[in-house]
Design a protein around this ligand. Sequence first.
Ligand SMILES: [Zn+2]
Length: 154
Amino acid sequence: MNYRYDLQNNILFNGECELPAYSLEINEIGTCSICDSSLLSLSYHISEEHIFITTKCISCGAFYVNSYGSDWAWLDEAPLSLVPISISLSNPTINDLNGLKTISINKLNAIFSPGEIEALFSRARAETPIRQYLYRARKKYDLFEELFEIRLEF
Ligand SMILES: [Zn+2]
């Protein structure tokens, strides 16, 4: 069976069947078959015949899905592939100084370090940012967009 997972909306896709989560309770669910670390549950799903628990390894980050019968008898563990996070084209893109100034500093602070924020502003002012900070900041743009629905392009 092919399992895929939408991490943003906690939806499990079992083949073509779409199963929203009924619980997001976090429990320790066994150990990772790759690295032997603990697996924590992400979400619980139910279909007509099965219960599913999605899990993530606390160490290597691997995702799994455990399936159970309706009586909670364990059936199987399978690898879980993630549905790519859709970068919505409707999210506004910020790529100039005026735009950058409209973003609250709390949002920037939530994701970026002070050095990275300074690099963003330098870049926006067409100055020369510290390349290392800008490089680090760029790696966080997707996360920033995921959380705040604002696309940065600097
Ligand atoms: Zn692992």
